[in-house]
Design a protein. Structure first.
Length: 133
């Protein structure tokens, strides 16, 4: 994983904000920015300025490089509305590009929500090899 990474970047209709990093892992919160802090139960709203509130809807953890045939493992905790193949593929491609992970790297990516668990993978490496039967 490249040592320099952005503090935040757009992905799908969300913003990924850096949370933590270890030698082989990185984590981002996923959400949207707002100008208003709302407390609906109390009926109170505060204007806090442009982009002053980050409304978290999920997170993504990326582990790279991993030992074994699958080099990238990703887990995205996101609402089920993001579990469509096209969105998952776009999400993976964007995260790989931002983190400078080769597009043809082997990976397993899990998309998890309260009521859904979806996995998308690329088990064939750049040499045409796989660990699957």
């Amino acid at each position: 994983m490249k040592s320099k990474h952005p503090d935040n970047f757009p992905v799908l209709d969300l913003i990924a904000k850096f949370r933590l990093k270890s030698p082989g892992s990185i984590s981002f919160g996923l959400g949207t920015e707002s100008d208003t802090l709302d407390f609906p139960d109390e009926g109170i709203s505060f204007s806090v300025g442009r982009g002053g509130v980050f409304n978290v809807v999920g997170s993504v953890d990326v582990h790279y490089p991993c030992e074994g045939h699958i080099k990238v493992r990703m887990c995205a905790l996101l609402p089920a509305r993001y579990h469509h193949w096209e969105q998952m593929k776009e999400f993976i491609e964007r995260v790989f590009a931002v983190l400078a992970i080769p597009a043809d790297e082997t990976y397993e990516a899990e998309f998890v929500s309260v009521d859904r668990h979806t996995c998308i993978e690329q088990p064939v490496d750049r040499h045409g090899m796989t660990d699957r039967i």
